[in-house]
Write a protein that binds this ligand. Structure first.
Ligand code: ADP
Ligand code: MG
Length: 229
């Protein structure tokens, strides 16, 4: 295989929803390359196709047509199991809606991906979780139930959960969308700090200011890449 610096290559990605006369082309022939260690903003108005694109890049959804290479491998040629392993071992996810288990403790939420990835040793899981909670400054909350945290704290738990498996890529869909500006800034700092350490950051946002802080901007309008919104 040829050596390449690209971590993601999208070639003419199309994603439609619905059928025949009720068809919606959420992505209409999208192509780009993301290099290892880059910070990339996927930017566009509501309904432009950002989340659809992120879900495809993160192998949470499949394109209707087109090709997606991750680390040079065509995802469509990978089995479901291989894709699951890729998601579990190489990707971390941060969502606007948090998706935490509200009645579980902060630590339980953070170490859940390790359990899913097959780390059977509870002590090892907890040690890793504690180390990551220190990084997001939430160790003092480790035994609190997730539902009792503030929005900003919840999003830091999500970041810790995204990082616990030591991912190559962190995908964040509107990570500051539900937060006030102070908490939003804290989350931004953490995410860009990770990127400085070499993690590829793929950020979905409709916030132009946040997007400009990334090295690359992929602007989407009506499912197509455009130069200006
Ligand atoms: P964004 O994240 O930029 O707001 P989305 O990717 O969520 O945009 O949506 C792009 C388009 O696809 C919109 O027109 C939306 O209504 C449509 N869409 C998204 N998800 C679905 C779905 N599951 N079924 C049908 N249409 C969808
Ligand atoms: Mg969206």
């Amino acid at each position: 295989m040829t050596k390449t610096n690209s971590i993601i290559e999208a070639k003419n990605i199309i994603r439609t929803y619905g059928q025949k006369d009720d068809i919606c082309k959420a992505l209409d022939g999208v192509s780009f390359t993301i290099n290892k260690g880059e910070s990339v903003a996927i930017i566009g108005k509501s309904g432009s196709g950002k989340s659809t694109l992120m879900h495809i890049l993160a192998c949470l959804d499949k394109p209707t047509s087109g090709e997606l290479l991750i680390n040079g491998t065509d995802v469509s040629k990978m089995s479901e199991k291989q894709q699951e392993i890729l998601r579990g071992e190489s990707f971390g996810f941060v969502f606007q809606q948090f998706f935490l288990n509200p009645n579980d403790t902060v630590l339980e939420n953070v170490i859940l991906p390790l359990k899913i990835n097959g780390q059977d040793n509870r002590k090892i899981r907890e040690e890793k979780g504690i180390k990551i909670l220190e990084e997001v400054d939430l160790l003092n909350k480790k035994n609190n139930k997730a539902k009792n945290l503030s929005g900003g704290q919840k999003q830091r738990v999500c970041i810790a959960r995204a990082l616990v498996g030591n991912p190559q890529i962190v995908f964040a869909d509107e990570p500051t969308g539900n937060l006030d500006s102070t908490n939003g800034e804290t989350i931004e700092k953490i995410l860009f700090g990770l990127n400085k350490k070499g993690i590829t950051l793929i950020l979905v946002t409709h916030d132009q200011e946040l997007a400009q802080k990334c090295q690359k901007q992929i602007m989407i309008k009506d499912g197509k890449i455009v130069n200006k919104l």
